[in-house]
Design a binder for this molecule. Structure first.
Ligand code: NDP
Length: 314
């Protein structure tokens, strides 16, 4: 059976950054890239808020650069999906790739990220990246001065609607019930922002447009009436799903499945298993914060392994 010092599961900004640091610390990291190599950034277009790129950079291109840097420094980056794990306190940890290849790892860094939830209507998929986005902070800027719509009624939707209201001309907020789910403070902010119009009891019937978004057809689920709103950007903010199912039997998680890390660190409740990026972060969810937490995980793993080896040789 293959035995590695440091295994990294997942390959967004958190996973690749962890790989860069682990490789430089001579931990010979092996990275399994997972279902979507490069993570969520590979389905966005331009990234303008990652420091160091004064003219912006395409999401997929940036992830290629992260990968290239990790490989150049010695990370062994492999295609493959981790399908099962068996964690024990202190390790070594057992990991199965593609249901067959079994690996033992002294330290594991989980960076499997999260996936945005989508409405599931065909026009949303067709126009994804051409006006449809699940991240207002990433893509809102492209619609400055224009009219946009956002779906959702939680804290994220309210926060993103407020963010968009500062950039865009008008924000329609499509809320499926007659009330918000968000905290009172967030609701209050939305309801007191002049250029946000909340459409309660409303569902997205269809996003209209050929090459880009031109309008949204909204259906009132009480009256059955539909109305069209001309918009250029359509944002979906109905929650995220952390990709953490396979770790459920072993790791402490919150009720939504986000892995709980010890405050200010990447330590999970299992010694030798660390977590970085969106799999443990439902608040910030930015590439730069994910990268920062990937760095933390590699440093934590290095120190933990160092302390363990020191005890073994003493
Ligand atoms: P939530 O799960 O809290 O909210 C999701 C929202 O999307 C709900 O209003 C839900 O409607 C709506 N929704 C779900 N599916 C559909 C659908 N198919 N069509 C239309 N609407 C739909 O997710 P969030 O991302 O907002 O928040 C996740 C967690 O992160 C929460 O605990 C939140 O408090 C926290 N958070 C905290 C922040 C902060 O403190 N600054 C910022 C952002 C998030 P319905 O209400 O009808 O179910």
């Amino acid at each position: 059976m293959e035995h590695v010092e440091c295994l990294i599961i997942g390959s967004g900004p958190a996973g690749y950054t962890a790989a860069i640091y682990a490789a430089r610390a001579d931990m010979k990291p092996v990275v399994y890239e997972g279902l979507q190599p490069g993570g969520q950034l590979t389905i966005t277009t331009e990234v303008e808020n990652y420091p160091g790129f004064p003219h912006g950079v395409q999401g997929p291109e940036m992830m290629n650069m992260f990968r290239e840097q990790a490989v150049r420094l010695g990370a062994d980056v492999r295609y493959g999906i981790v399908t099962k794990v068996e964690f024990t306190n202190g390790g070594p940890q057992k990991v199965w790739v593609d249901d067959k290849h079994e690996i033992m790892a002294d330290a594991v860094i989980i960076s499997t990220g999260a996936s945005a939830k989508w409405l599931g209507i065909p026009s949303e998929q067709r126009l994804n990246g051409s006006g449809v986005s699940a991240c207002a902070v990433c893509d809102g800027f492209f619609y400055r001065g224009q009219d946009v719509a956002i779906v959702g009624a939680g804290d994220t939707a309210c926060e993103e609607a407020t963010y968009l209201s500062k950039i865009c001309n008008k924000v329609y907020m499509i809320v499926r019930r007659d009330e918000f789910r968000a905290s009172k403070a967030m609701q209050h902010r939305v309801l007191n922002t002049k250029n946000i119009e909340v459409l309660f009891n409303s569902e997205t019937d269809e996003i209209l447009g050929e090459k880009g978004v031109e309008a949204v057809r909204v259906k009132n689920n009480k009256s059955g009436e539909t109305a069209e709103y001309p918009i250029k950007g359509f944002f979906v903010a109905i929650g995220h799903q952390p990709n953490t199912d396979i770790f459920k039997p072993y790791l402490a998680m919150d009720e939504q499945g986000y892995i709980i890390t010890k405050a200010g660190s990447s330590y999970t409740n299992v010694e030798g298993v660390f977590c970085a990026g969106d799999a443990q972060d439902k608040i910030y969810r930015q590439a730069v914060t994910a990268a920062g937490s990937g760095c933390m995980a590699a440093l934590d793993a290095e120190r933990w392994l160092g302390a363990k080896q020191a005890v073994q040789t003493a």
